[in-house]
Design a protein around this ligand. Structure first.
Ligand code: ZN
Length: 378
């Protein structure tokens, strides 16, 4: 009793000091309304979820900047449901990079792609600027077919982390030039225009190794060994590009390996919307990403040997859901920042061995777990 009485004033003082500090600090918060057309969600049957069945394929979906705020906002604006939040396996991911408490997409992408933390800005290289093998480079020699898909350009940090090795994410031409020597069987990121404005030598090197198409229905797709599919646009007027290309990539990779496949799918523009404090954009991009999640989950349910892991490289915008009316498809969001934040991000998983992703883990752990589950050594 006595101890409690003594402690109470101390606790009060501490909380007063804390709130005074908060008042003095200027927090420029931006708010935004989103009214969205509900798209529903998909719930699988969970028969294979959490079993010890053999995992043949892994689909890793990364929502760039998709923290709890973006997930909550999209879920409640969508009537309280998302395919990812219908899943039963959850975890948390810490995203710090080797040299910064707040990561960028290059360092976190590298952690997800290689199982190793590095400095902000580095792609596929450790803190000493030595190359580190990425998941496709480790899996391809074992017979797996590997692919990346993103609504960013091919040189965007997240897709680039799965094929490039460069000390700075801004080295656009060097990153594109790393594609021909990569271990990717399928890539779709960036646009026809982005490809055609690269130096001719890069375009030729890519064409010498990849069949390049601008239309997913191009007859050249069927007979190709390796594919680079570049759509006209990857911004919000892209239609169902992300979910449809997720299906395309799954089909393409499945047909090119008996052993299995690894596919990374990135919803890149959740982050971009949060950087510009565009709340409706954040919600729409997170919902589009959830459609890609649905495509992956539907395949995993049918296939029975596919593990799906969904997470984010970091949080962006210090995004908060402040109000929602799920029945009206309405949400009100607040951004406390225009940059990245060090908040933990949610992880969702489905399929055999999904339970290994519960609890709190580092972003690099996710890659190491995937490799261990597929029986691959680094
Ligand atoms: Zn960002």
């Amino acid at each position: 009793m006595k101890l409690k009485n003594l402690l109470l004033p101390v606790a009060l003082c501490a909380s007063i000091a804390f709130s005074a500090q908060a008042q003095n600090r200027e927090i420029k918060a931006a708010a935004g309304d989103a009214y969205i057309e509900k798209q529903g969600s998909y719930t699988p049957d969970f028969k294979i979820d959490g079993t010890n069945k053999r995992v043949r394929n892994v689909i890793l979906l990364i929502g760039d900047g998709m923290g709890h705020g973006a997930v909550n906002a999209a879920m409640y604006a969508n009537g309280g449901e998302l395919t990812m939040t219908n899943l039963r396996t959850f975890g948390l991911v810490r995203t710090q990079s080797a040299d910064n408490f707040t990561t960028d997409s290059a360092a976190s992408g590298t952690a997800y792609a290689t199982g190793q933390k590095t400095n902000n800005g580095y792609l596929g290289m450790d803190t000493a600027k030595e190359r580190i093998p990425n998941i496709p480079e480790i899996l391809a020699p074992l017979g797996y077919a590997c692919g990346v898909l993103s609504t960013d350009d091919l040189n965007g940090a997240t897709p680039a982390a799965f094929f490039a090795h460069q000390p700075a994410r801004g080295m656009k031409e060097e990153i594109w030039a790393d594609l021909p020597a990569s271990s990717l069987t399928f890539a779709s990121a960036g646009t026809q225009n982005a490809y055609e404005t690269r130096p001719l030598a890069t375009q030729e090197a890519i064409r010498s190794r990849y069949t390049v198409v601008y239309d997913p229905k191009d007859p050249a797709v069927a007979g190709s060994e390796r594919l680079l599919y570049l759509p006209e646009t990857v911004t919000l007027d892209r239609g169902d590009y992300l979910p449809a290309t997720t299906e395309m990539a799954i089909e393409y990779l499945s047909a090119r390996s008996k052993k299995g496949f690894f596919l990374m799918v990135e919803g890149a523009r959740i982050d971009k919307s949060e950087h510009s404090n565009d709340f409706p954009g954040t919600v729409k991009e997170a919902l589009d990403f959830d459609k890609a999640v649905e495509a992956a989950i539907r395949f995993a349910e049918r296939d029975g040997h596919t593990l799906v892991v969904i997470s984010a490289d970091h949080e962006t915008g210090a995004t908060i859901l402040s109000k929602a009316e799920p029945e009206n498809g309405y949400a009100l969001g607040i951004f406390a920042s225009k940059g990245h934040s060090p908040m933990m991000v949610p992880l969702f998983a489905y399929g055999p061995r999904s339970r290994e992703f519960t609890g709190t883990q580092e972003n690099s752990d996710v890659a190491n777990k995937i490799l261990a589950i597929l029986g691959a050594k680094k």
